[in-house]
Design a binder for this molecule. Structure first.
Ligand code: UT7
Length: 338
């Protein structure tokens, strides 16, 4: 019998994976709470006190999700000092794609001229960016790809019911992008993702899929619009984001004191306040921009990181805790050393 060849495990070379370029695109049209007062039975006071939102951006008629994505991506690629042809993979996170298929990332690839990039979309709702970072890290550590463009892009204004005051005041349009690549030091120190599919019906587009295909009836009943049990989502968001924050910290071997900036998903200021109070992080360490953009689902976290860096709230060497929660339910958290 021929002896089996001895398998010697190669020691895993640890590669640091980090963000080498960030970009954002926010449509220029601003819709304020006062504008919304003219559309539905609401008030600026209710929206600000219950959500922290003052205004949100609305894409123009000609803009599609892939346009918002491509604009943010161009900036990220430029900031990474790369060309579109240097990108090996595009991952796009969205719940508001150009079409059910093909993948919106393919439209973005064509718009960028990123001819060498493989493409796929993910649906991880508001946690899209953390899921993307986690996926990108695997591809880079395995040596398969070097430069990965991750994008969160949403055009929620086309998917909310402008007659439903309980949802239409909450959301906005926008996109953020990041180039992920090997870095010399720092980068992603930990990440954690999870899901609870038993709660999937608390936040969804009920019609337009295989369960309830689009029909005259579904349109008449408005079932193609976003539906949410706000209260339940709120409670789950606070509980899950608190736990997820602790997970990312312990996986990185860090405590709250080591964290310089927290970038939570931007859905509601009350959720953010409840989470950071439970995690035990002072409010001044938390970056918030929900007042300007509302909830942009997958775009929120990247746009917030982009702005935090631009405003000097995140500096070289800082440790950043990111945490997000969304429809699915899905969630994710990570610690990045900038
Ligand atoms: O990204 C993850 C997904 N999204 C979220 O994380 C959002 C989670 N949920 C929330 O942020 C909050 O639940 C909402 C902001 C959606 C609602 O806040 P709430 O404090 O949970 O309000 P509520 O749903 O309990 O409603 C309180 C009252 C109701 O009136 P009644 O029944 O007490 O008479 C609503 O009809 O507020 C009323 N209401 C409004 N009033 C004025 C609901 N929406 C509005 C509105 N303007 N836009």
């Amino acid at each position: 019998m021929t002896p089996k060849p001895k398998i010697t495990k190669k020691p895993k070379k640890s590669i640091n994976v980090g963000i080498i370029g960030l970009g954002a695109y926010l449509p220029s049209k601003v819709m304020t709470n006062l504008d919304l007062e003219k559309l539905v039975d609401t008030s600026d006071e209710w929206i600000r006190t219950r959500t922290g939102i003052s205004e949100r951006r609305i894409a123009c008629k000609e803009e599609m999700t892939s346009d918002l994505a491509a604009n943010a991506a161009r900036m990220a690629i430029k900031n990474a000092k790369l060309e579109p042809a240097d990108i090996d993979l595009i991952i796009l996170a969205t719940i508001t794609p150009d079409m059910l298929f093909p993948a919106t990332s393919c439209f973005v690839q064509a718009k960028l001229g990123a001819v060498n990039a493989a493409c796929f979309d993910i649906n991880a709702a508001c946690s899209g960016f953390i899921h993307e970072l986690t996926i990108a890290q695997q591809f880079i550590e395995s040596g398969m790809y070097k430069n990965i463009l991750v994008i969160g892009a949403e055009l929620l204004s086309r998917f909310v019911d402008w007659k439903d005051r309980s949802t239409c005041v909450l959301f906005g349009d926008g996109a953020g992008a990041a180039v992920i690549a090997p870095v010399k030091r720092g980068g992603l120190l930990s990440s954690y993702i999870g899901a609870d599919g038993t709660k999937s019906r608390l936040l969804m587009f009920p019609a337009g899929g295989s369960v309830t295909p689009a029909s005259h009836e579904t349109v008449t009943q408005g079932l193609h619009f976003l539906k949410m049990e706000g209260n339940e989502v709120f409670k789950n968001a606070v509980r899950v984001m608190t736990n997820a924050s602790a997970q990312a910290l312990s996986r990185a071997g860090l405590t709250t004191e080591d964290i310089d900036c927290v970038i939570p998903h931007q859905a509601n200021i009350r959720i953010i306040e409840a989470v950071i109070q439970r995690v035990g992080i002072p409010a001044e360490k938390v970056f918030v921009n929900v007042e300007k953009y509302g909830n942009m689902s997958a775009a929120s976290a990247i746009v917030a990181l982009f702005e935090a860096v631009k405003e000097g709230r995140v500096k070289k060497g800082d440790k950043v805790l990111m945490v997000a929660f969304g429809s699915g339910f899905v969630w994710g958290s990570c610690v990045i050393e900038w």
